[in-house]
Design a protein around this ligand. Sequence first.
Ligand code: ADP
Ligand code: MG
Length: 192
Amino acid sequence: MPNPSSDKQKLRQRFLEERLAYPPLEIKKKSDFVQKRFLKFLKTVSSVKTVALYAECKNEVSTREIFKHLRKKKIRVVYPKINRQKKTMAFCEVKNLKSMKHASYAILEPKPGALSVAVQDIDMVVVPAIVFDEKGHRLGYGKGYYDRLLSDCSSKTVGLAFEFQMVKHLPREQWDRSVHMIITEKKMRTIQ
Ligand SMILES: Nc1ncnc2c1ncn2[C@@H]1O[C@H](COP(=O)(O)OP(=O)(O)O)[C@@H](O)[C@H]1O
Ligand SMILES: [Mg+2]
């Protein structure tokens, strides 16, 4: 019997291990390419006032250069803050990366008291993943945070990943939410 949940778990483990095996310099180089491509794409989108980024961990594509660029352009940047009990994410404004604090799962989060921004006021959500497929489906760490968020969010969603995190097809469960586009160091995919 097919079991999407255990298939997903095996894929997470495999792709996470693969990503962690890359040397930091190579991750940095590829991250720079992904971020440049994202910023090139952003120029083609009009009236983006607020962008949700994520604070990278475990060799994820970095978003630091994107942050710097958005701040220069006076675009508001928000980062997730996790509520482990409710299993939800809230988004808070960050003006300086140095103000962020290590929190749940040792990921940097906005400092306590940072201004929270409603999901409806976010124009674009940049989404991380352990692996994406060609249809925009994704596997996260297995807690469903982005699925919950995207289930009541109509913003444009852009996945960032390295090309080695792409597969043709992923197992999918009814609550899984996909992204509208995926940008890697090699290309930009617009999902139909
Ligand atoms: N919109 C939602 N409402 C409630 N629970 C959800 C929602 N989306 C996902 N979940 C729960 O989150 C858990 C993990 O989801 P999963 O898709 O496996 O993780 P991930 O997307 O992080 O890879 C599942 O048990 C699922 O029931
Ligand atoms: Mg999911």
